[in-house]
Design a protein around this ligand. Structure first.
Ligand code: SF4
Ligand code: SF4
Length: 547
């Protein structure tokens, strides 16, 4: 028996395939985590936790999660010959436990002052022993694919190679819709990339009734002829099922099947915003119903604050796309093809996503690609020699990375997006203001001629042994804050229900306990802000001993 393991280290979770090397790298089984083990809603939060708590703690949490995940693949690890991984530069660097501060700080002077030496991020091979994984034999080879440049990672290379965009003559864009929307624009033989911090709304987090794409999540909403909204809910195998037609104003429900919903996921959020805008129930930034919310199936409510959370993400993505287009010196109309990658990019309705500004306004064609990172890790397992080819492609791409955090165009566009999504600025006013800043106005909406979904699921093949989910990821952090009165305001303010206040029987005081995988980290810190005694200090939370 000879097996390989392909591993995608994503920002919202890890995914692994067990692959039979004697059967042409056929996928045997798949295991996923529903969350990332480190606290945080995006890679910058993960980095922040890593830097402020020390790499030793962060790396132990990651190793432990990978070991537990691989165990779900149910293989004799003595038969595993090699492992390949893919992910963005931050996730791969955290996995390898190499220098990450060059990805955390933009300025060269700051890096010099800190004495940071940028590590090589070319394709290479390490061993399980080097990483410290205990599930695998220590000599098992782990193939690490190349980054295009230090900040444009293997995940971007995967999107580009698996989309086939380099063979196209037309100008194309590609985006992986995650908490960090990685995006690329390919024009005239050059790749321009950027990464917009979209936040967790696109994954269903930070939304009042939000949840990840799991059974009983509302994944889509469709307008019916009678004006009701068809509520599509994921069943236990994650198949979208039209469950009920609901009047979003009154909640009047026509039940179609018994499947109950318990929340709404990112693709459902996009549908709610698109339908709300098209039907007039949403007049940004408000919901114009008497209750100021939209009624969905099983009493689930979509609130005005959800419109704002999602709007921030949509605005960041549109500002990112248009910044790339502008910096390259082309017009919105010049982009002909859009590739949508990642789970959200595969499952979201692309037309609704276009209504919400998440894909360019003028396009000929949209392709939905699936999880290209996991696909590329699978390619590497199948043919380890392809690492050299990947390096050649990475070297051949004349890449330009635009740091949105320090880019003036992005700043100007994002401010206007915020005014549009959060303050109710009209499109006319948006266009007037943007033209005054010598930037191009939004073009008229032009629907694509063709939408091609290349795969049925973001992970198209889970193998004959099926899919297993690791629910237990991450660890707990705790603190006893002197002066804490146990009012539980921090617990009540936590949008992810990650925090609990316990009575500490030893000291008679109170102990704050946070589950790291659920916590949104430095992007949130609601718990700290609401503390009436001002004793809560997020940075004084200590990670519990990992067993
Ligand atoms: S409120 Fe605190 S514990 Fe809860 S998600 Fe936000 S930062 Fe994490
Ligand atoms: S909000 Fe402050 S005082 Fe209240 S339980 Fe939390 S830490 Fe203690």
């Amino acid at each position: 028996m000879a097996y390989g393991i392909a591993l995608d280290l994503g920002t919202s979770g890890y995914r692994a395939h067990l692959v039979d090397l004697n059967r042409n790298a056929k996928i045997v089984s798949t295991a996923i985590t529903m969350r990332h083990p480190l606290p945080g809603a995006n890679v910058m939060d993960h980095l922040h936790f890593w830097i402020s708590n020390g790499s030793e703690i962060g790396h132990r949490i990651i190793r432990q999660t990978v070991d537990r995940l691989l165990t779900l693949l149910e293989v004799d690890f003595g038969d595993v010959e090699r492992v390949s991984v893919c992910g963005n530069p931050i996730q791969l660097s955290l996995f390898e436990n190499i220098e990450v501060r060059d990805l955390a700080y933009a300025g060269e002077n700051k890096l010099k002052a800190l004495g940071v030496i940028r590590p090589s991020r070319r394709g290479h091979v390490v061993t399980a022993g080097d990483i410290g994984l205990t599930s695998l034999r220590s000599e098992t080879e782990i193939i690490i694919p190349p980054a295009i440049r230090h900040e444009i990672g293997a995940d971007a290379l995967a999107m580009i190679m698996k989309s086939g965009m380099l063979e196209r003559k037309e100008t194309c864009m590609v985006t992986d819709y995650g908490t960090n929307a990685e995006m690329g624009l390919y024009h005239d033989g050059e790749l321009y990339s950027g990464s917009a911090a979209a936040g967790p709304a696109m994954e269903g987090q930070s939304i009042e009734a939000g949840m990840l794409a799991a059974p009983q999540a509302i994944s889509d909403l469709n307008l019916c002829e009678d004006g009701k909204w068809g509520n599509v809910v994921l069943d236990e195998y994650l198949n979208p099922t039209l469950t009920a037609k609901v009047d979003p104003l009154t909640g009047e429900t026509q039940r179609l099947v018994g499947l109950k919903a318990r929340g709404i996921t990112g693709t459902g959020v996009v549908s709610a915003i698109a339908l709300g805008l098209e039907t007039g129930f949403i007049a940004l930034p408000n919901i114009s119903t008497p209750s100021h919310h939209l009624k969905l199936v099983d009493g689930i409510k979509f609130l005005e604050k959800d419109v704002r959370e999602a709007g921030k993400a949509m605005g960041a993505i549109r500002a990112g796309h248009r910044t790339l287009i502008h910096e390259v010196g082309i017009r919105d109309e010049d982009v002909k093809v859009m590739y949508m990658a990642g789970a959200s990019g595969t499952y979201v309705d692309p037309i609704k996503a276009q209504t919400c500004g998440m894909v360019p306004r003028v396009l000929d064609r949209i392709y939905q690609l699936g999880n290209t990172s996991l696909m590329m890790a699978h390619d590497l397992i199948k043919d380890p020699e392809s690492l050299d080819h990947m390096q050649e492609v990475a070297d051949s791409i004349a890449a330009n990375h635009i740091m949105f955090a320090t880019n003036k165009t992005f700043e100007q566009m994002f401010i206007l997006e915020i005014a549009y999504w959060l303050e109710g600025m009209s499109e006319e006013m948006y266009n007037e203001m943007i033209v005054m800043q010598d930037l191009p106005p939004l073009p008229k909406l032009h629907r694509p001629y063709e939408v091609l979904r290349m795969v049925e699921r973001d992970i198209p093949d889970v193998g004959e042994k099926g899919l297993k989910t690791l629910n237990e990821v991450g660890v707990t952090m705790n603190a006893n804050f002197p002066g804490c009165i146990g009012c539980r305001k921090c617990e009540k303010s936590c949008p992810e229900r990650a925090l609990k206040v316990h009575t500490d029987s030893e000291s008679g005081g109170f102990r704050i306990v946070i589950e790291t995988d659920k916590c949104l980290g430095t992007a949130c810190k609601n718990c700290e802000m609401v503390c009436p005694q001002k004793v809560y200090d997020f940075h004084n939370l200590k990670v519990d001993e990992i067993v």
